[in-house]
Write a protein that binds this ligand. Structure first.
Ligand code: BMA
Length: 327
């Protein structure tokens, strides 16, 4: 097999910590975890399941902040180093041409994707149940909201960072009104980011850590041999759901075709801040940064629905693990 290359722009200031001596994990945690706690913003119960991107020589992001009133909000944030974050004291107020769509009900689990000329935000948006909200920003100060991508009920809407076959592309996970006990990843395309169709099935739960439901995580990462998708999977234990994450490599031009998919998880809840919190036993990835020249990958994930954490991987090692441990 030809060597798989990470493509895309370089990011020399990517947050990075080497794997500790004696650790053989393919994905390892930051020693600074949790990097963001409720102390980072006023009136906040928890900051987790959040998305970051390179921005203006540093970093910016959209953060899931559940308030002390337990409203599920999105707030903007900025950082010089990707580790220490300034989170806005108020929620994002999207500007929207249609009051019915723009009315705030709740927003959670954001993803952020640089696509052509702006940063798009997708999130789980309350509109007669959960569905996929779509918006954009140029500066992380003013945010605009477009139409919801799908009918309720849907979650985990994740845009691709470029058009595929001339169309915008998104993963999503049709679900229900509650703590959905099922869930497959689907692919959809759109000519305009408003009208979505040509839906294709990508992956179903298969057993083990990914037995109950699965959902796309960070924006897919382009490689020479396909899209690297980091995704969460859920196991139903006698004590409730356990959220882990793994990875898959999907066909470049037809991303609903799965080439490789990890049978073992890459990271599962083990540390205190992943096992103890508002929802125990959750690691939930929503963003990844990459630096192609060094192969460094930094993964941002929520811990126990309470804090935001950081983990690291090396691209070559991750790809070798994926190929050697595929389903
Ligand atoms: C999912 C979402 C996530 C959350 C997870 C575990 O359904 O609500 O935001 O992290 O459940 O509670």
């Amino acid at each position: 097999m030809t060597k798989i290359e990470l493509t895309g722009p370089e990011l020399p200031n990517i947050p990075w910590e080497e794997r500790l001596h004696g650790c053989s994990d393919v994905v390892w945690r930051s020693q600074k975890n949790p990097i963001i706690t409720r102390q980072a913003a006023p009136g906040v119960n928890s900051i987790f399941n959040s998305a970051v991107v390179p921005f203006g020589g540093g970093f910016a992001g959209v953060f899931r902040c559940d308030s002390t009133a337990r409203d599920m909000q999105l707030r903007a944030g900025t950082s010089q180093n990707g580790v220490h974050w300034q989170i806005a004291p108020q929620r994002i107020q999207f500007q929207c041409a249609d009051d019915d769509i723009g009315r705030f009900v709740y927003g959670y689990d954001p993803r952020v994707c640089w696509l052509e000329d702006r940063y798009y935000v997708t999130w789980c948006n309350g509109y007669h149940g959960p569905t996929i909200g779509v918006g954009y920003t140029h500066d992380f100060e003013t945010f605009h909201q477009l139409e919801n991508a799908f009918l309720p009920y849907n979650r985990n809407g994740v845009l691709f960072p470029r058009r595929i076959g001339g169309k915008f592309a998104m993963f999503s996970r049709p679900s229900d009104t509650g703590h959905t006990p099922f869930g497959d990843i689907f692919y959809s395309e759109s000519p305009d980011l408003i009208h979505w169709g040509c839906h294709r099935h990508v992956m179903a739960p298969v057993g083990g850590w990914q037995a109950t439901k699965i959902g796309a995580g960070p924006t897919p990462i382009e490689t020479s041999e396909g899209w690297l998708l980091i995704y969460h999977g859920v196991l139903t234990s006698c004590n409730g759901f356990v959220y882990s994450f793994g990875a898959a490599l999907l066909d470049l031009e037809r991303p609903w075709l799965v080439r490789y998919r990890t049978r073992p998880y890459l990271l599962n809840p083990r540390e205190y801040y992943e096992c103890v919190g508002d929802v125990p036993n959750v690691v939930f990835p929503c963003a990844a940064l990459c630096d192609p020249p060094t192969g460094r990958i930094a993964i941002y994930y929520g811990g126990a629905d309470t804090v935001t954490c950081l983990a690291f991987a090396k691209f070559d090692e991750l790809m070798a693990f994926l190929v050697e441990n595929t389903l």
